[in-house]
Design a protein around this ligand. Sequence first.
Ligand SMILES: [Zn+2]
Ligand SMILES: [Zn+2]
Length: 291
Amino acid sequence: MKHKTLSSCLVLIATVGTMAQVCAQQQQDPTRTITSITGDLYRAQNNAHYTVFLVTSEGIILADPIGPDFATWLKAELAERFDVPVRYVIYSHYHDDHASGGDVFADTAEFIGHENMPVNLAREEGNESFKDVRAPDRTYSDRMTVTLGGKTVELVHSTPSHSDDSTILIFPEERTVFAVDFVSARRVPFRTMGGGPVAPWIEATAQLQTLDYDILAPGHGEIGTKADVDDYEGYLEDLVAAVTEGIAAGQSLEELQQSIMLEDYQEWAQYEAWRAENIQGTYEGLTSSEE
Ligand SMILES: [Zn+2]
Ligand SMILES: [Zn+2]
């Protein structure tokens, strides 16, 4: 779709020189939306990244700030729509593409993350990609409850998988969870999933399913239900079972990528793009853990 826009812009630039600036603007404009999940809980989008926020009479509880530009846009939108300040920013995990931009809310907000987050950020010191990630003011180890304006958010440390500092945000009244990068709805995992063992991802998903909720608001892709997370766990299990079987039969990675089609999931987002890499990551995780 981007390419189509680009080529039509190029034609316009060639024929009407003054359109060049308009086209450049169109190319750069990010997709940003705010949609209602339920009650006073909302989902905000910056292209492929999503966060959530809960509006209360005393202020807003925001999850990931996503980036400085998005956070600046969001701050203005929140001021206009709700007229209360962001009082908490709660990080899903330390990765810069989700955690950057917190400084925008530092005038009114307290920052909360899992206790492993500052450790992970310290390791990234000097890494330019992490320069806009503001460290949490407060950390927790297993669980934490945040209340504001009579509303509640529960923080639960997720079993280490995608990262070791992942927080699941539970909105009990809204029966919704916000969970990022280790789980999604009707969408296959990202590329090679880090190339480590997949078993911890299955454990993290199983842990998520022990929680009481109806709606999954993930950090990427469509919103889903608890049943979608069951299906996601099923995908991971099918993936591991098929790759394990293929390795036992002496198949190479290339052979596995050609034979394991995971047909039940072919309608899922990113199936075409990432199926082969999912197999690669699973293969690497299984073969390296055998050593
Ligand atoms: Zn991540
Ligand atoms: Zn992500």
